[in-house]
Design a binder for this molecule. Structure first.
Ligand SMILES: Cc1cc2nc3c(=O)[nH]c(=O)nc-3n(C[C@H](O)[C@H](O)[C@H](O)COP(=O)(O)OP(=O)(O)OC[C@H]3O[C@@H](n4cnc5c(N)ncnc54)[C@H](O)[C@@H]3O)c2cc1C
Ligand code: FES
Length: 259
């Protein structure tokens, strides 16, 4: 499991500006919220959440930000990548009505969770947040699966003007929501956690990762939690005790980077 398996890219599909989905064959079972380590030969190995699950066929959806994601972005169908995993825990879905709040590339890893919730007849409302219209993706996919989708953009170029957390707050005030699941900028997720006083809450965190199997300590948060094996999904009760949540992350050398 901890050795990369080589697989070929089947398809690469542009979703939005600088965001693509790469599809490949990888038979290992995976649940929404878990992640792979993706090895890009001669470049790097990076964590990526699963964004699509259909039997042996899986996908990742990512934004081009630095060396590894730029190299991955350039690969074509037929090119080889290495994959290990799945790693981490995944979402727990319960209740009659789940509110999913995804902002930026956070929407990517929420999509398979939404599809599973709808399949299990759980009412699913999804707030998709982006900076502007050109960065929105997965709206059609999530509507097609049967979820109710609400769009928000920072500049108002599509949907409601404002942050995903503002839209989510309005929904939380008006409707009976049993669980909130979120992935996106940590400051946004922290605001949401503070609004969910009595509502079960789960958030997926991103931290710089090296081993992804709990050995190196690179991804530690709070008092001895490792995001790669104790997360990446944490519940609200746990996050309330994690002083780094929404405040800082660490770079590859362990230095604190404020959000
Ligand atoms: C469990 C997990 C799942 C992830 N899933 C996805 C996904 O589905 N889609 C996606 O687009 N990205 C995802 N990421 C983030 C992705 O791994 C990073 O964007 C990638 O490693 C950057 O590599 P790079 O060499 O291109 O950029 P780098 O040169 O390493 O970094 C470019 C910039 O991004 C910042 N950065 C790098 N990694 C992170 C991070 N983990 N958290 C915050 N900032 C970071 C750096 O500080 C730098 O400013 C995930 C991360 C984790 C930990
Ligand atoms: S990445 Fe090494 S302990 Fe998590």
């Amino acid at each position: 499991m901890n050795v990369p398996k080589i697989t070929k890219i089947i398809e690469n599909k542009r979703e939005a500006r600088n965001i693509i989905t790469i599809t490949f064959r990888y038979p290992e079972e995976i649940v929404p919220g878990q992640f792979f380590m993706i090895w890009i030969p001669d470049v790097d190995e990076i964590p990526m959440s699963v964004s699509y699950i259909n039997g042996d066929i899986k996908a990742i959806t990512f934004r081009k930000v630095g060396d590894a994601t730029s190299a991955l972005y350039k690969l074509k169908p037929g090119d080889k990548i290495g994959i290990r995993g799945p790693y981490g825990n995944g979402f727990k879905m319960h209740g009659k009505h789940i509110l999913f709040v995804g902002s930026g590339t956070g929407v990517a890893m929420l999509a398979p969770a939404v599809e599973e919730a709808v399949k299990n007849r759980i009412s699913s409302t999804v707030v998709i947040g982006a900076k502007n219209k050109s960065e929105l993706f997965f709206e059609k996919r999530l509507k097609k699966c049967g979820a109710r989708v609400v769009i928000s953009t920072d500049d108002g170029s599509a949907g409601c003007k404002g942050f995903a957390s503002d839209v989510a707050k309005r929904i939380l005030k008006k409707e009976k929501i049993n669980t909130v699941l979120t992935c996106g900028p940590e400051v946004m997720m922290k605001i949401l956690l503070d609004c969910c006083k009595n509502i079960p809450f789960q958030a997926s965190l991103e931290r710089y990762m090296k081993c992804s199997i709990g050995i190196c300590g690179q991804c530690c948060i709070g008092k001895g939690l490792r995001v790669c094996i104790d997360g990446p999904v944490f519940d609200g009760k746990t996050l309330k005790k994690v002083e780094d949540f929404g405040v800082f992350r660490r770079d590859s050398a362990g230095r604190k980077i404020q959000f």
